[in-house]
Design a protein around this ligand. Structure first.
Ligand code: PLP
Length: 399
């Protein structure tokens, strides 16, 4: 780094400069074969990414949103179902649910992990649903619709507390679709199974995004769905390709949701570096943790012993978030807010009738979170500078 104090929120240029020759070779080879859609590059990446996730199958698609939508439909969510997720996520989570024909509904998150609170899900089932005696399935009391799936979101690179969620899902025959769009390589220690599990390997299926800023990013739009169920994988392959398993023979109406060969080739090159990049993110997070260790009023990311996060984002909580963000910005330090408006309070969902106070944890947290610069190439010196500015702003605010 130069001696200017500009620290970006995210540096997408350095890794691409570093890999430029390899990435250009991918493009050149695609040009010379004119193999732009599907083919060996896509299949090769799918094999490698499935292995990376400890999942049996991977289906490359055109975005994380498509991955989630195809996963929901292929795993059995039907039009008119209710699908439960959390309100503190990117809107793509609920878009995918709506686009599968289902109705999204929410349970609040745990105040420390910011991911789906299993107790809140238990309470939702107890107070808002009845169990159908014949089928053993859940029916929503007020909505008079079947509740068929949950979508836990592995937020900021940390997996949701999956054991109790999986237990509830098994008891009530709920489909589990992991939103792993921010969690490539994250791990969860399952006490039930007494082993570490990778994001994308636990639910019936999972969606990953390769949007450029994600831990594994394409040079454009891309995504993938993983599953251990061959039938689900086959359905997702059909859904991404106009519902056909054989050209021009359409078993169902599908979508145009394929993964480009060029993006797949690029992702294969970058996948070889992902484990190392995730380690570098962990090192940067540890550095931040240490720098904030004795700071009052700065809540750092909570890391339970069952979690090995990959720090897609490093999110702190401070009371006066607006002032803090302005001071960092004045110092040339980029930050972000993920996310400022909970989904239940978005204009797009006005029609659902939610109100302020419905999901208090999410609402409280969303007013205080601030995402600090986080990317593999973040140096110790940069982390120190960022932390120094955060602490100085904190002291300034209390004087
Ligand atoms: C990025 C993201 C998505 C959507 O991925 P796209 O590739 O942009 O469609 C979905 N859910 C979460 C939590 C995300 O962060």
């Amino acid at each position: 780094m130069s001696n200017t104090s500009k620290i970006p929120f995210l540096d997408l240029v350095s890794p691409h400069v570093q890999l430029e020759e390899e990435l250009v070779a991918v493009f050149r080879s695609a040009l010379r074969t004119a193999g732009f859609i599907g083919g060996p590059a896509v299949e090769g990446f799918e094999r490698d990414f499935a292995a990376f996730c400890d999942a049996r199958h991977c289906v490359g698609v055109s975005s994380g949103t498509d991955a989630l939508r195809f996963a929901l439909i292929a795993a059995g969510v039907e039009s008119g179902d209710v699908v439960i997720t959390v309100p503190n996520t990117f809107i793509a989570t609920t878009e995918a649910i709506s686009q599968s024909g289902a109705l999204p509904d929410f349970v609040d998150v745990d105040e420390r992990t910011y991911t789906m609170d299993p107790e809140k899900l238990r309470e939702y089932i107890r107070t808002q649903c009845i169990v159908n005696r014949e089928t053993g399935r859940l029916m929503h009391l007020r909505l008079k619709r079947p509740v068929t799936a949950i979508v836990p979101v592995h937020l900021y690179g940390q997996m949701a507390d999956m054991d109790p969620l999986m237990e509830l899902a098994e008891r009530y025959k709920l489909i589990v679709i992991e939103d792993a769009c921010q969690a490539h390589g994250a791990e969860y220690f399952s006490k039930r199974e007494n082993r570490w599990r990778k994001a994308g390997s636990m639910g019936h299926a999972a969606g990953f995004s390769f949007y450029p800023g994600k831990n594994l990013g394409a040079c454009g739009e891309a995504g993938a769905a993983t599953t251990n169920d061959l039938a689900v994988a086959q359905k997702m392959r059909m859904l991404r390709d106009h519902g056909q398993a054989k050209k021009y023979y359409h078993d169902v109406e599908g979508y145009n949701g394929r993964l480009d060969a060029i993006q797949a080739g690029i992702l294969s090159v970058k996948l070889r570096h992902l484990a190392e990049w995730n380690e570098q993110r962990r090192a940067a997070a540890l550095r931040y943790d240490e720098l904030f260790a004795s700071a009052e009023g700065v809540i750092v990311p909570y890391k339970p012993e069952w979690s090995r996060p990959v720090y897609h984002l490093y999110v702190i909580r401070v009371e006066d978030r607006v002032a803090m963000q302005n001071e960092l910005s004045d110092a040339g330090i980029g930050t972000g807010i993920h996310y400022p408006v909970p989904l239940h309070l978005q204009k797009a969902y006005e029609g659902f009738g939610y109100k302020q106070g419905d999901f208090p944890v999410t609402e409280r947290v969303s007013a205080e979170i601030l995402s600090l610069p986080m990317f593999p190439q973040l140096t110790s010196q940069q982390a120190r500078e960022v932390a120094g500015k955060v602490l100085a702003a904190k002291i300034g605010a209390t004087q």
